[in-house]
Design a protein around this ligand. Sequence first.
Ligand SMILES: [Zn+2]
Length: 471
Amino acid sequence: MSFEPVIGLEIHAQLLTASKIFCSCSTAFGAPPNTHVCPVCLGLPGALPVLNRAAVDDAICAALALGCAIHERSIFARKNYFYPDLPKGYQISQYEQPLATDGEMDGVGIIRVHLEEDAGKSLHEGFPDSSRKTYVDYNRSGVPLIEIVTRPDLRSAADAAEFFSRLRALLVWLGVNDGNMEEGSLRCDANVSVRPAGSEKLGTKAEVKNLNSFRFLQKALEHEIARQVDLVGDGGRVVQETRLWDSAAGRTVSMRSKEEAHDYRYFPEPDLPPVVVDAARIQSIRAAMPELPDARRRRFVEHYALPEYDAVQLTQARSLADYFEATVAAGAPPKLASNWIMGELARKMKEDGRTIEGPPLTPARLAGLIALVNAGTISGSIGKDVFERMIASGRSAEEIVVADGLTQIDDESRIVGLIADVLAKNGDAVAQYRGGKMSTFGFLVGQVMKATAGKANPKRVNELLRRALET
Ligand SMILES: [Zn+2]
């Protein structure tokens, strides 16, 4: 019997506000422990939360981009549980009336987007020996999060990882999340079950918690799907439980079963009024949103006549798409700009560990180089050399080409003269070519290019060499 996996994701994303969701403490990452704290985020008695308007705006922006309906009125609730990193004994979240519901991305339904506060962080030392200690850092306590819950519409581990990756790109594109998974800005829980192929009935699901990379999500799901298929195939049954991914062991392990599951005893947060969002506010957030990746990709195909592949690559990040459009605005033909950005520029940035946010040369400078190659002033291969020299020296392409005498040799009489020299020195190769060994042609082209340090126009060399050999 074959089985089909059914996967839904719950993604927690930190919103990029300067201050926390219910107090004015900084959200900056990396400060010394317990320096970004106050009575509110430490949960001291009598301290009262005040909602951060910017966090609500960011959450609305994300929910709109995910096609959700924003509710005019939503309610904060207390989610009660005990853990040392949660000093109040409850987390302020949204439960029955979330901010937004019923969206969709890439064919995957979005059940809800709601606002909540993050907990602090426990730091364990000396485990598992007897000198163990646990410290708590409350800098994260009260950092604003959105939780995005998908429908169980994903059918493979690879699709789930791809979706998570696309969602990350969207949130970063919108400027509401920094996408930094190592610092915990984006985390994913996955609900997974298996059922006989063709069956409509859902199997019992397990939840795999706290996956902080696309690779871990995929690996954890692959393992969990295989575990459940083995179990059900052997006549067993899946237990509804929470599991953790042990990346060192390469398997999921049980954390707690349903019987031990928390009863969160949700109730409306009495210290916060309902969140009321009117149509004008939604309209102004929508108006300020950047053009979304899919729309921009379609525009790149239609407006710049780029191939779909190029448009997909160039819209992976907003800053990359901006760089491309700035290069075109500076005069570069779109397809050539795309080739240079995805080719030489991407290679160079990878080599130097740079990102497009700090490019090695400006779009205008790149457009200047492309113009010289496009006009035939320099050859494509010299262009790559000039590109390197631009980055090393900070000079423009024009300055380098003039100062270093790199102008392409296009002059017919000069190329004909060079060809005559090469043919005279390579009598054997010429005889072989004339005897039918066509592959020596490439060798002879290479010799002519070498004689000009790559500066001859290769197209002209090809034409003139063929003419010289065939007369
Ligand atoms: Zn605080």
